[in-house]
Ligand binder design. Structure first.
Ligand SMILES: *Cc1c(COP(=O)(O)O)cnc(C)c1O
Length: 389
């Protein structure tokens, strides 16, 4: 544990929401990788040895049948849904609260997103709401893990089985998380991770992977990511695909960062444990912490709920702490998705989440002193003890 107040506060003295120095210790390595690949004799920049090695290592760590690297988390989701032949006339049940790709990937394939409400505390999709959304047109259930909480995958699996529909797990934010002994990503027929910089296993650019235990799905997704080719014969196109290839520089950099990932995740979890302890009594003061513990938790983002959200944000800002409002509106009330929102339908859980969430820093670069300062500042706001409210 580090204890060096101020070290990571940057020039402005503010505790940043995302670590400004995320790759600082790796700068030299990153430059070496760029040089090695940039000047290497093969001049191989995509889908080479490093990408294959990354796929193998991730699959071995997970105990998954296959991992397919692609250009982003969004692309991973598209490839999975496409490989499942999701298209016009099909419905995909998605959370009413979360990030845009959940619904956008469905719409872009010509299918219909059906928005299921989320649990007002955990903010993951409510399985009963999902079940109520299933019709004879439903093809896929697409739950997502959000912030620090994994969706209720055991119940969602049962609903998918009972309804005879497919289950895709948007585990973009939950790499390294485990629920009841099973890793995030392996609960559905396919899952995914995103490597965009801000995610827990982010890189210095873009990338993502599909993870699956289904060899047929894996084979189709491999073809789809590179224009429907099979990897052996160039310019023979078995199906219409995409350009969703993976970058060799990113693959090498992620391989370099992989051994340190468990330690960084553990640091996130310890910070969250500490917050959970400090915030346990704050619910009666109107500040609600997320569910504590380690089972089914990912600590990508640590998110509080309070009706005083804007006041808490201002209070944190005054004390030099950056915070973040994720998703200020439910997906179906966004202009982009309004056409897929049945008139008159409401999503109270999603509306409450949109109104009340505030995410505070939980990144592994935080020092113990910074964590304490954040905890003290939230605590003081809730109990009104510092007189500045
Ligand atoms: C980040 C994210 C994605 C998209 O990943 P990108 O790599 O940014 O395309 C998809 N789903 C969820 C839940 C995410 O948080």
């Amino acid at each position: 544990m580090r204890d060096d107040p101020g070290l990571h506060q940057g020039g402005s003295g503010v505790i940043e929401f995302f670590p400004p120095d995320v790759f600082e210790a790796d700068h030299e390595t990153l430059l070496e990788i760029v040089r090695a690949i940039g000047t290497g004799p093969e001049q191989r920049f995509i889908l080479g040895e490093a990408t294959a090695a990354l796929e193998r290592e991730l699959a071995a760590d997970l105990g998954a049948a296959d991992v397919i690297a692609c250009s982003s988390g969004t692309s991973a989701l598209t490839l999975i849904l496409h490989a499942m032949r999701v298209g016009p006339g099909d419905e995909v049940v998605v959370p009413a609260y979360g990030c845009a790709p959940l619904a956008a990937t469905v719409v872009n394939l010509g299918a219909t997103p059906v928005f299921a409400d989320v649990d007002p505390w955990t903010m993951v999709v409510d399985p009963s709401e999902v079940e109520a959304c299933v019709t004879e047109r439903t093809k896929v259930l697409l739950p997502a893990h959000i912030f620090s909480v994994m969706a209720d995958m055991p119940r969602l699996r049962k609903i998918a089985q009972r309804s005879g529909v497919r289950l895709v797990e948007d585990s973009a934010v939950a790499q390294g998380a485990v629920l009841d002994g099973r890793p995030a990503g392996l609960w559905g027929e396919a899952g995914l991770y995103s490597f965009v910089q801000v995610k827990s296993f982010g890189t210095a650019g873009e990338g993502g992977v599909v993870v699956t235990d289904d060899p047929d799905l894996a084979r189709d997704i491999r073809m789809l990511r590179n224009h429907g080719q099979d990897g052996r014969h160039r310019f023979l196109h078995h199906v219409i695909g995409y350009n969703s290839r993976f970058d060799e520089i990113q693959a090498r950099f992620l391989l370099h960062r992989l051994p340190g990932f468990p330690e960084r995740l553990e640091r996130r979890a310890r910070i969250a444990d500490h917050y959970a302890q400090r915030f346990a009594g704050l619910a009666e003061h109107g500040v609600i912490a997320p569910p504590p513990g380690r089972n089914g938790r990912c600590y990508y983002v640590y998110t509080l709920l309070t009706e005083q959200r804007d006041a808490l944000r201002d209070h944190l800002t005054r004390h030099g702490i950056a915070s973040h409002v994720y998703y200020p509106r439910p997906l179906p009330t966004q202009a982009a998705f309004a056409a897929w929102a049945p008139p008159g339908r409401r999503w109270p859980g999603a509306e409450r989440a949109s109104r009340c969430t505030l995410s505070i820093p939980v990144h592994p670069q935080l020092t113990d002193a910074q964590v304490e300062h954040i905890a003290d500042t939230v605590h003081a706001f809730a109990v009104g003890a510092d007189g500045s409210r």
